[in-house]
Ligand binder design. Sequence first.
Ligand code: MRU
Length: 372
Amino acid sequence: MKIQDKHYHTIWLKVGDKRVVQVIDQRKIPFQFEIFDIATVDEACFAISEMVVRGAPLIGITAAFGMYLAVLNSDGSDFENYIARNAEKLKATRPTAVNLAFAVDEISNFILKNKSRNNLHELVFEKVESMKLQEVINSERIGEFGLSLIEAIYARTKQTVNILTHCNAGWLACIDWGTATAPIYKAHLQGIPVHVWVDETRPRNQGARLTAFELGEQGVPHTVIPDNTGGHLMQHGMVDFVIVGSDRTTAGGDVANKIGTYLKALAAADNGIPFYVALPSSTFDFTMSDGIREIPIEQRNVVEVAEIEGIIGGQIQTVRIISEKSPVANYGFDVTPARLVTGLITERGICKANKESILDLFPEQKQIKTQW
Ligand code: MRU
Protein backbone atom coordinates (compact mmCIF):
# COMPACT_ATOMS: atom_id res chain seq x y z
CA MET A 1 0.00 0.00 0.00
CA LYS A 2 1.05 3.59 -0.43
CA ILE A 3 2.16 6.51 1.68
CA GLN A 4 2.33 9.71 -0.35
CA ASP A 5 2.12 7.60 -3.50
CA LYS A 6 5.20 5.52 -2.61
CA HIS A 7 4.68 1.79 -2.09
CA TYR A 8 5.74 0.38 1.28
CA HIS A 9 5.70 -2.81 3.26
CA THR A 10 5.63 -2.34 7.03
CA ILE A 11 8.94 -4.19 7.60
CA TRP A 12 12.06 -4.80 5.53
CA LEU A 13 15.81 -5.31 5.73
CA LYS A 14 17.83 -2.08 5.46
CA VAL A 15 19.23 -1.58 1.98
CA GLY A 16 22.98 -2.21 2.15
CA ASP A 17 22.97 -3.49 5.76
CA LYS A 18 21.59 -6.97 6.43
CA ARG A 19 22.16 -6.52 10.18
CA VAL A 20 19.37 -3.95 10.48
CA VAL A 21 15.63 -4.51 10.16
CA GLN A 22 13.56 -1.42 9.47
CA VAL A 23 9.92 -0.70 10.30
CA ILE A 24 7.57 2.25 10.04
CA ASP A 25 7.34 3.83 13.51
CA GLN A 26 3.59 3.54 14.14
CA ARG A 27 3.81 5.59 17.35
CA LYS A 28 4.29 8.68 15.20
CA ILE A 29 1.60 8.22 12.53
CA PRO A 30 -0.27 10.27 11.33
CA PHE A 31 1.74 13.23 12.55
CA GLN A 32 5.22 12.17 11.48
CA PHE A 33 6.64 9.51 9.18
CA GLU A 34 9.76 7.93 10.67
CA ILE A 35 11.67 4.71 10.11
CA PHE A 36 12.77 2.76 13.20
CA ASP A 37 15.89 0.56 13.12
CA ILE A 38 16.02 -2.83 14.87
CA ALA A 39 19.45 -4.47 15.19
CA THR A 40 19.08 -6.74 18.25
CA VAL A 41 16.53 -9.04 19.87
CA ASP A 42 16.11 -6.52 22.68
CA GLU A 43 15.28 -3.82 20.15
CA ALA A 44 12.76 -6.15 18.49
CA CYS A 45 11.19 -6.77 21.93
CA PHE A 46 11.06 -3.03 22.56
CA ALA A 47 9.47 -2.38 19.14
CA ILE A 48 6.74 -4.95 19.82
CA SER A 49 5.98 -4.14 23.46
CA GLU A 50 6.08 -0.35 22.98
CA MET A 51 3.97 -0.66 19.83
CA VAL A 52 6.43 0.82 17.37
CA VAL A 53 4.90 -2.09 15.44
CA ARG A 54 1.56 -3.61 16.34
CA GLY A 55 -1.21 -5.69 14.77
CA ALA A 56 -1.13 -9.46 14.99
CA PRO A 57 0.48 -10.38 11.61
CA LEU A 58 3.12 -7.64 11.87
CA ILE A 59 3.95 -8.56 15.47
CA GLY A 60 4.53 -12.14 14.26
CA ILE A 61 6.82 -11.16 11.40
CA THR A 62 8.75 -8.66 13.55
CA ALA A 63 9.39 -11.43 16.07
CA ALA A 64 10.52 -13.71 13.22
CA PHE A 65 13.00 -11.03 12.16
CA GLY A 66 14.01 -10.81 15.84
CA MET A 67 14.98 -14.49 15.70
CA TYR A 68 16.99 -13.80 12.53
CA LEU A 69 18.87 -11.08 14.44
CA ALA A 70 19.45 -13.53 17.30
CA VAL A 71 21.20 -15.91 14.88
CA LEU A 72 23.15 -13.09 13.29
CA ASN A 73 24.36 -11.79 16.68
CA SER A 74 25.13 -15.19 18.19
CA ASP A 75 28.73 -16.06 19.16
CA GLY A 76 27.81 -19.73 18.82
CA SER A 77 28.19 -20.66 22.50
CA ASP A 78 25.41 -22.65 24.21
CA PHE A 79 23.47 -22.13 20.97
CA GLU A 80 20.28 -24.10 21.71
CA ASN A 81 19.75 -22.39 25.08
CA TYR A 82 20.57 -19.03 23.55
CA ILE A 83 17.89 -19.53 20.88
CA ALA A 84 15.34 -20.74 23.45
CA ARG A 85 16.01 -17.73 25.73
CA ASN A 86 15.56 -15.26 22.89
CA ALA A 87 12.41 -17.01 21.69
CA GLU A 88 10.90 -16.76 25.18
CA LYS A 89 11.87 -13.10 25.46
CA LEU A 90 10.11 -12.30 22.19
CA LYS A 91 7.05 -14.38 23.05
CA ALA A 92 6.62 -12.56 26.38
CA THR A 93 6.27 -9.13 24.77
CA ARG A 94 2.54 -9.30 23.93
CA PRO A 95 0.44 -12.26 25.05
CA THR A 96 -2.82 -12.05 23.08
CA ALA A 97 -1.79 -12.09 19.41
CA VAL A 98 -1.09 -15.76 18.68
CA ASN A 99 0.81 -14.88 15.49
CA LEU A 100 3.74 -14.00 17.77
CA ALA A 101 4.15 -17.47 19.27
CA PHE A 102 3.33 -19.10 15.93
CA ALA A 103 6.10 -17.18 14.13
CA VAL A 104 8.70 -17.57 16.88
CA ASP A 105 8.09 -21.34 17.16
CA GLU A 106 8.24 -21.76 13.38
CA ILE A 107 11.60 -19.95 13.15
CA SER A 108 13.04 -21.59 16.29
CA ASN A 109 12.29 -25.06 14.90
CA PHE A 110 13.82 -24.08 11.57
CA ILE A 111 16.97 -22.77 13.32
CA LEU A 112 17.41 -25.93 15.38
CA LYS A 113 16.88 -28.14 12.34
CA ASN A 114 19.54 -26.27 10.38
CA LYS A 115 21.89 -25.32 13.22
CA SER A 116 24.93 -27.03 11.74
CA ARG A 117 24.73 -25.18 8.40
CA ASN A 118 27.44 -22.53 8.09
CA ASN A 119 25.22 -20.08 6.19
CA LEU A 120 22.49 -20.38 8.86
CA HIS A 121 21.66 -16.67 9.10
CA GLU A 122 21.07 -16.51 5.34
CA LEU A 123 18.77 -19.54 5.48
CA VAL A 124 16.86 -18.01 8.40
CA PHE A 125 16.52 -14.73 6.53
CA GLU A 126 15.08 -16.58 3.50
CA LYS A 127 12.62 -18.39 5.75
CA VAL A 128 11.51 -15.15 7.46
CA GLU A 129 11.17 -13.41 4.11
CA SER A 130 9.01 -16.26 2.76
CA MET A 131 6.74 -16.05 5.85
CA LYS A 132 6.47 -12.32 5.29
CA LEU A 133 5.55 -12.71 1.64
CA GLN A 134 3.05 -15.44 2.53
CA GLU A 135 1.32 -12.94 4.83
CA VAL A 136 1.07 -10.53 1.88
CA ILE A 137 -0.45 -13.26 -0.29
CA ASN A 138 -2.84 -14.25 2.49
CA SER A 139 -4.00 -10.68 3.02
CA GLU A 140 -4.62 -10.22 -0.68
CA ARG A 141 -6.63 -13.45 -0.83
CA ILE A 142 -8.68 -12.30 2.17
CA GLY A 143 -9.32 -9.16 0.14
CA GLU A 144 -10.56 -11.14 -2.83
CA PHE A 145 -12.89 -13.35 -0.78
CA GLY A 146 -14.18 -10.41 1.25
CA LEU A 147 -14.77 -8.40 -1.92
CA SER A 148 -17.56 -10.84 -2.89
CA LEU A 149 -19.48 -9.82 0.26
CA ILE A 150 -19.20 -6.11 -0.53
CA GLU A 151 -20.13 -6.75 -4.17
CA ALA A 152 -23.28 -8.59 -3.06
CA ILE A 153 -24.37 -5.67 -0.86
CA TYR A 154 -23.72 -3.19 -3.67
CA ALA A 155 -25.60 -5.33 -6.20
CA ARG A 156 -28.61 -5.28 -3.86
CA THR A 157 -28.58 -1.63 -2.74
CA LYS A 158 -26.90 0.15 -5.68
CA GLN A 159 -25.71 2.64 -3.08
CA THR A 160 -22.46 3.43 -1.30
CA VAL A 161 -21.63 0.49 0.96
CA ASN A 162 -21.12 1.70 4.53
CA ILE A 163 -18.64 -0.43 6.44
CA LEU A 164 -17.74 -0.08 10.11
CA THR A 165 -14.35 -1.19 11.41
CA HIS A 166 -12.64 -1.15 14.80
CA CYS A 167 -8.97 -0.59 15.64
CA ASN A 168 -6.46 -0.97 12.82
CA ALA A 169 -6.59 -4.26 10.99
CA GLY A 170 -5.19 -2.53 7.96
CA TRP A 171 -1.97 -2.91 6.02
CA LEU A 172 -0.10 -1.20 8.86
CA ALA A 173 -1.12 -4.11 11.14
CA CYS A 174 0.07 -6.61 8.52
CA ILE A 175 2.70 -6.36 5.80
CA ASP A 176 0.47 -5.15 3.00
CA TRP A 177 -3.30 -4.96 2.18
CA GLY A 178 -4.42 -5.64 5.77
CA THR A 179 -7.06 -8.11 6.86
CA ALA A 180 -10.25 -6.13 7.57
CA THR A 181 -9.21 -3.43 5.10
CA ALA A 182 -8.18 -5.75 2.25
CA PRO A 183 -11.77 -6.29 0.98
CA ILE A 184 -12.35 -2.54 1.29
CA TYR A 185 -9.28 -1.74 -0.82
CA LYS A 186 -10.29 -4.37 -3.39
CA ALA A 187 -13.82 -2.90 -3.60
CA HIS A 188 -12.45 0.64 -3.90
CA LEU A 189 -10.09 -0.47 -6.69
CA GLN A 190 -13.05 -2.10 -8.50
CA GLY A 191 -14.91 1.20 -8.43
CA ILE A 192 -17.53 0.07 -5.90
CA PRO A 193 -18.45 3.13 -3.80
CA VAL A 194 -17.51 2.41 -0.20
CA HIS A 195 -17.43 4.56 2.91
CA VAL A 196 -15.79 3.43 6.15
CA TRP A 197 -16.89 4.36 9.66
CA VAL A 198 -13.63 4.26 11.61
CA ASP A 199 -13.93 3.68 15.38
CA GLU A 200 -11.33 5.89 17.06
CA THR A 201 -10.37 2.92 19.32
CA ARG A 202 -9.35 4.27 22.68
CA PRO A 203 -7.04 4.16 24.48
CA ARG A 204 -4.33 4.21 21.79
CA ASN A 205 -6.59 5.44 18.99
CA GLN A 206 -5.36 2.99 16.36
CA GLY A 207 -8.55 3.69 14.35
CA ALA A 208 -8.31 7.48 14.45
CA ARG A 209 -4.55 7.56 13.95
CA LEU A 210 -3.71 4.56 11.77
CA THR A 211 -6.83 3.31 9.94
CA ALA A 212 -7.96 6.81 9.02
CA PHE A 213 -4.44 7.64 7.85
CA GLU A 214 -4.05 4.57 5.67
CA LEU A 215 -7.55 4.83 4.16
CA GLY A 216 -6.85 8.48 3.41
CA GLU A 217 -3.56 7.64 1.70
CA GLN A 218 -5.38 5.15 -0.57
CA GLY A 219 -8.19 7.66 -1.26
CA VAL A 220 -10.94 5.62 0.46
CA PRO A 221 -13.80 7.79 1.83
CA HIS A 222 -14.07 7.44 5.61
CA THR A 223 -15.28 9.16 8.76
CA VAL A 224 -13.74 8.81 12.23
CA ILE A 225 -16.28 8.29 15.02
CA PRO A 226 -15.98 8.02 18.80
CA ASP A 227 -16.08 4.40 19.93
CA ASN A 228 -19.58 4.68 21.32
CA THR A 229 -21.21 5.87 18.06
CA GLY A 230 -21.54 2.58 16.14
CA GLY A 231 -24.73 1.40 17.84
CA HIS A 232 -26.54 4.62 16.95
CA LEU A 233 -25.42 4.41 13.32
CA MET A 234 -26.58 0.81 13.10
CA GLN A 235 -30.02 1.65 14.50
CA HIS A 236 -30.43 4.27 11.76
CA GLY A 237 -29.47 2.07 8.79
CA MET A 238 -26.10 3.78 8.34
CA VAL A 239 -23.99 0.61 8.53
CA ASP A 240 -24.31 -2.22 5.96
CA PHE A 241 -21.50 -4.39 7.17
CA VAL A 242 -19.02 -4.65 10.04
CA ILE A 243 -15.56 -6.06 9.42
CA VAL A 244 -12.80 -6.36 12.01
CA GLY A 245 -9.51 -8.23 12.38
CA SER A 246 -8.44 -10.68 15.04
CA ASP A 247 -5.50 -11.31 17.35
CA ARG A 248 -6.45 -14.88 18.12
CA THR A 249 -9.40 -16.98 16.96
CA THR A 250 -10.13 -20.34 18.53
CA ALA A 251 -10.95 -23.60 16.79
CA GLY A 252 -14.57 -22.92 17.74
CA GLY A 253 -14.61 -19.44 16.19
CA ASP A 254 -14.38 -17.20 19.29
CA VAL A 255 -12.53 -14.04 18.31
CA ALA A 256 -10.12 -12.01 20.43
CA ASN A 257 -9.69 -8.55 19.02
CA LYS A 258 -9.09 -4.99 20.24
CA ILE A 259 -11.10 -4.04 23.31
CA GLY A 260 -14.56 -2.85 22.28
CA THR A 261 -15.00 -5.29 19.41
CA TYR A 262 -17.48 -7.37 21.43
CA LEU A 263 -19.77 -4.37 21.94
CA LYS A 264 -19.85 -3.75 18.19
CA ALA A 265 -20.74 -7.40 17.60
CA LEU A 266 -23.61 -7.13 20.10
CA ALA A 267 -24.93 -4.00 18.42
CA ALA A 268 -24.59 -5.60 14.98
CA ALA A 269 -26.52 -8.70 16.12
CA ASP A 270 -29.26 -6.55 17.64
CA ASN A 271 -29.65 -4.70 14.35
CA GLY A 272 -29.34 -7.67 11.97
CA ILE A 273 -26.11 -6.34 10.46
CA PRO A 274 -23.50 -8.84 9.20
CA PHE A 275 -20.43 -8.95 11.45
CA TYR A 276 -17.39 -10.48 9.73
CA VAL A 277 -13.90 -11.18 11.01
CA ALA A 278 -10.99 -11.21 8.54
CA LEU A 279 -7.93 -13.23 9.54
CA PRO A 280 -5.04 -15.19 8.07
CA SER A 281 -4.37 -18.78 9.18
CA SER A 282 -1.52 -17.52 11.41
CA THR A 283 -4.17 -15.95 13.69
CA PHE A 284 -6.02 -19.21 14.39
CA ASP A 285 -5.24 -20.99 17.63
CA PHE A 286 -6.39 -24.55 16.99
CA THR A 287 -5.36 -25.59 20.50
CA MET A 288 -8.11 -23.51 22.11
CA SER A 289 -11.86 -23.81 21.91
CA ASP A 290 -13.33 -21.52 24.60
CA GLY A 291 -12.03 -18.04 23.86
CA ILE A 292 -13.44 -16.31 26.92
CA ARG A 293 -11.93 -18.83 29.31
CA GLU A 294 -8.67 -19.57 27.52
CA ILE A 295 -7.35 -16.58 25.55
CA PRO A 296 -4.86 -14.50 27.58
CA ILE A 297 -5.93 -10.86 27.61
CA GLU A 298 -3.11 -8.36 27.70
CA GLN A 299 -3.34 -5.60 30.29
CA ARG A 300 -1.24 -2.63 29.35
CA ASN A 301 0.17 0.36 31.20
CA VAL A 302 -2.66 2.50 32.58
CA VAL A 303 -1.02 5.70 31.34
CA GLU A 304 -2.42 4.78 27.91
CA VAL A 305 -5.88 5.45 29.37
CA ALA A 306 -4.99 8.27 31.74
CA GLU A 307 -3.19 10.28 29.07
CA ILE A 308 -3.83 11.18 25.46
CA GLU A 309 -1.39 12.08 22.72
CA GLY A 310 -1.78 14.65 19.97
CA ILE A 311 0.12 17.28 18.05
CA ILE A 312 0.64 20.85 19.19
CA GLY A 313 2.79 23.27 17.23
CA GLY A 314 4.33 20.45 15.18
CA GLN A 315 5.34 18.48 18.29
CA ILE A 316 3.72 15.22 19.44
CA GLN A 317 2.65 15.88 23.03
CA THR A 318 0.88 14.03 25.80
CA VAL A 319 -1.66 15.42 28.25
CA ARG A 320 -3.29 13.80 31.27
CA ILE A 321 -7.09 13.55 31.04
CA ILE A 322 -7.99 11.74 34.27
CA SER A 323 -7.49 12.82 37.88
CA GLU A 324 -4.34 11.39 39.48
CA LYS A 325 -6.62 10.16 42.27
CA SER A 326 -8.77 7.85 40.09
CA PRO A 327 -7.72 4.24 39.54
CA VAL A 328 -7.58 3.23 35.87
CA ALA A 329 -7.72 -0.13 34.06
CA ASN A 330 -6.39 -0.95 30.60
CA TYR A 331 -7.54 -4.27 29.10
CA GLY A 332 -6.16 -4.51 25.58
CA PHE A 333 -8.56 -7.01 24.03
CA ASP A 334 -11.93 -8.68 24.45
CA VAL A 335 -13.44 -11.87 23.10
CA THR A 336 -16.43 -11.93 20.80
CA PRO A 337 -18.19 -15.29 21.11
CA ALA A 338 -18.59 -17.25 17.88
CA ARG A 339 -22.40 -16.96 18.03
CA LEU A 340 -22.12 -13.22 17.29
CA VAL A 341 -19.82 -13.69 14.28
CA THR A 342 -21.55 -13.98 10.89
CA GLY A 343 -18.47 -15.41 9.21
CA LEU A 344 -14.68 -15.62 9.06
CA ILE A 345 -12.87 -14.41 5.95
CA THR A 346 -9.61 -16.31 5.54
CA GLU A 347 -7.08 -16.82 2.76
CA ARG A 348 -8.77 -20.13 1.99
CA GLY A 349 -12.28 -18.74 1.76
CA ILE A 350 -15.17 -17.69 3.96
CA CYS A 351 -16.51 -19.99 6.65
CA LYS A 352 -18.93 -19.93 9.54
CA ALA A 353 -17.52 -19.32 13.01
CA ASN A 354 -17.84 -22.90 14.21
CA LYS A 355 -15.53 -25.87 14.49
CA GLU A 356 -17.00 -27.90 11.60
CA SER A 357 -16.90 -25.04 9.13
CA ILE A 358 -13.40 -23.89 10.18
CA LEU A 359 -12.00 -27.43 9.93
CA ASP A 360 -13.55 -27.85 6.48
CA LEU A 361 -11.24 -25.02 5.38
CA PHE A 362 -8.27 -26.24 7.44
CA PRO A 363 -8.61 -30.06 7.40
CA GLU A 364 -4.93 -30.60 8.28
CA GLN A 365 -5.66 -29.13 11.74
CA LYS A 366 -7.97 -32.04 12.59
CA GLN A 367 -4.90 -33.91 13.83
CA ILE A 368 -3.93 -31.25 16.38
CA LYS A 369 -4.32 -32.46 19.94
CA THR A 370 -6.75 -30.03 21.50
CA GLN A 371 -9.12 -29.74 24.38
CA TRP A 372 -12.09 -29.54 22.05
O1 MRU B 1 -2.96 -3.56 20.15
P1 MRU B 1 -2.85 -3.70 18.66
O2 MRU B 1 -2.82 -2.39 17.94
O3 MRU B 1 -1.71 -4.61 18.27
O4 MRU B 1 -4.20 -4.42 18.29
C1 MRU B 1 -4.46 -4.71 16.94
C2 MRU B 1 -5.80 -5.30 16.74
O5 MRU B 1 -6.53 -5.58 17.66
C3 MRU B 1 -6.15 -5.62 15.35
O6 MRU B 1 -7.51 -5.43 15.14
C4 MRU B 1 -5.76 -7.09 15.14
O7 MRU B 1 -4.40 -7.30 15.44
C5 MRU B 1 -5.93 -7.54 13.80
S1 MRU B 1 -4.63 -6.95 12.84
C6 MRU B 1 -4.79 -7.50 11.27
